[in-house]
Design a protein around this ligand. Sequence first.
Ligand SMILES: NC(=O)c1ccc[n+]([C@@H]2O[C@H](COP(=O)([O-])OP(=O)(O)OC[C@H]3O[C@@H](n4cnc5c(N)ncnc54)[C@H](O)[C@@H]3O)[C@@H](O)[C@H]2O)c1
Ligand SMILES: Cc1ncc(C=O)c(C(=O)O)c1O
Length: 313
Amino acid sequence: MPDGTLTVAVIGLGTMGPGIIATLARGGMPVRAHDLSPAAVERARAAVPQAAAVLDRLGVAPPTTGEGAVSFHDDLAGAVAGAGLVIENVPEKVEVKAAVYRALDPLLPAGTIVASDTSGIPITTLQGFLSHPERLVGMHWSNPPHIIPMIEVIAGEKTAPATVAFITDLVRSLKLLPVVVKKDVPGFVENRILYALLREAIDLVDQGVIDEEGLDTCVSWGIGYKLSVVGPMRLLDMAGLDIYQSVAGFLNADLSARRDVAGYVTERTRAGKLGIKSGEGIFPYTPDQIAALQAERARRLVAVRRILEGRDG
Ligand SMILES: NC(=O)c1ccc[n+]([C@@H]2O[C@H](COP(=O)([O-])OP(=O)(O)OC[C@H]3O[C@@H](n4cnc5c(N)ncnc54)[C@H](O)[C@@H]3O)[C@@H](O)[C@H]2O)c1
Ligand SMILES: Cc1ncc(C=O)c(C(=O)O)c1O
């Protein structure tokens, strides 16, 4: 069980880092942040207060002891010094994560818990790169991490139950929603659902069934809107299992079952068109548009969350 003295190190300060840092600090924990890119550190220095301002709008108050201090460290050893928890948040490549774990090993006492924000690499795979694998656990936040309250907690084959309990208690102490995933499958739960949806969405655009804007409108104002209130299992009962039985009977065989990544995406990633992070992906973005988009998305997500939590509306 985390106590009030827990210091957390966050390694990797890109898309996910600043929101995670702001959330932990708002929970009263000192946070020590590190990225091998000085540019990423500078971006994070600006992004953490921005995420904290969104937490203000969410009504997330620090404990009476006050907000945790955030410090940035050029070196990994400095970042993890005194940390009881290290959150690994580097790119989704096994070899990159493995190198971080190998670098962490001599720096950490055996009992320091290491939580990976991996999107779906099995935790058991990652446990092969860290001594005392019983202390490694999946702690899968969703983007933007300072707004989405659900965090998946995933044990690998060697993860100790106490490690899982530690992280679930920590998430609860932040007034967030831990979901313990019972099997260490690739993609866990959230991303298996999301990637099945994204595979179908890309396929529909690729086939010319609908264009990108139309696809987004259809999903955001249709099933996406509905799922924010009624989960898939409850939706089956709401629609009627007989309806699902009939529709799935012909539709399942027609859904995309591709095992590779669509050329629609591969062509873009190979061309460096990664999305907001590169200024263009499926859509083009100017810096002003990015700032306006991120502010508007935060505003809407905050408003929806407040309503779903029964605080507004
Ligand atoms: N982007 C998302 O929507 C999202 C959501 C949930 C989880 N994740 C997962 O979180 C992790 C991070 O994703 P992201 O989107 O923030 O990635 P990102 O590429 O935006 O940021 C990764 C950061 O790690 C830094 N880095 C790389 N190697 C490093 C090293 N050896 N030591 C220290 N820092 C290093 C990079 O400089 C970069 O700033 C991935 O495992 C990803 O799958 C991503
Ligand atoms: C496309 C995509 N891939 C992975 C994740 C999370 O692991 C997300 C997300 O959190 O939103 C995502 O959108």
